[in-house]
Design a protein around this ligand. Structure first.
Ligand code: MG
Length: 275
């Protein structure tokens, strides 16, 4: 099975958008592979990834599901387009998530993850009920492959996510904790949230950012690791204190592709030195 170490640094990267040859040169042995919504999961695509990962002795810990039509422009747009919340795309996104669970299984990957979108606070809201049902279906399918299904944090406070967890009531439902998202969406303080959600962690992102303006619309700005408001050294310290045993995946979403790759590369030694 996995030869990875607790708190080992890995990279969150994308099929098609990133070049795996470049990722392999970043001095990491593991990663999370995001699959864009418009990529067809053909037998050839699966076979290529399987061969490339084996040849590089590189472990994918999580397959990340990204969906067609998602838009992270600002908070209202996220609410209307991201994850399992928009009713019009639910059936298609359920189908896609199950397809990616099967793809992950073919690669021997034990976890899938996605942003499910803003979980409503009101448990009687139709979106809450529908999303709860959809998450259970994904969990039950993932369980047939022995996989966990991890929800990315950020779009709601930790308390809301924890309540949702209790209601879903599936043991393979987990969290991919992203400390920067809680800040970028203005939803919660990352370090207390980490302590609250610690029993449910499957994986974590190392990402940084600043709080948004108080207009209930704009997102905060993502920053290079160590330059934003997360307090990355305290984040690593807290992961150790709560006994986290998984890997830490650098995620950089900067729009400029050159800046993104340059930052990802430079963040590896920064994070390794902290750990
Ligand atoms: Mg993230």
């Amino acid at each position: 099975m996995s030869n990875l170490n607790p708190l080992e640094v890995g990279m969150m990267f994308w099929a098609v958008r990133d070049t795996f040859d470049e990722i392999k040169t970043m001095d990491v042995r593991c990663g999370q592979l995001a699959i864009p919504g418009d990529v067809s999961i053909t037998p050839e695509f699966t076979a290529k990834w399987k061969a490339d990962l084996q040849a590089a002795n590189f472990t994918v810990v999580t397959v990340f599901c990204v969906y067609n039509g998602e838009d992270y422009a600002d908070i209202p747009t996220v609410e209307n387009t991201v994850g399992f919340i928009p009713p019009a795309t639910r059936a298609e996104r359920l189908r896609r998530t199950i397809e990616l669970s099967d793809f992950a299984a073919a690669l021997g990957v034990g976890s899938i993850a996605c942003h499910i979108g803003f979980v409503p606070h009101d448990k009687t809201h139709p979106n809450y009920i529908a999303v709860l049902d959809m998450v259970r279906r994904v969990c039950d399918h993932a369980a047939t492959h022995g996989q966990t299904f991890a929800l990315e944090t950020g779009q709601e406070p930790a308390e809301t996510l924890l309540e949702f967890f209790k209601d879903v009531n599936r043991s393979n439902l987990k969290i991919n904790f992203d400390p920067a998202n809680l800040i970028l969406y203005g939803s919660d303080e990352p370090l207390p949230a980490l302590r609250l959600l610690a029993p449910h962690l499957a994986s974590v992102h190392a990402k940084d950012g600043d709080w948004p303006p108080k207009d209930n619309k704009s997102l905060g700005n993502e920053r290079k690791l160590g330059e934003g408001s997360v307090n990355i050294p305290a984040f690593i310290k807290t992961l150790k204190e709560v006994g986290y045993q998984g890997q830490i995946f650098i995620e950089r979403e900067a729009f400029d592709p050159t800046e993104r790759i340059t930052d990802m590369r430079s963040e590896v030694p920064y994070l390794k030195a902290l750990i």
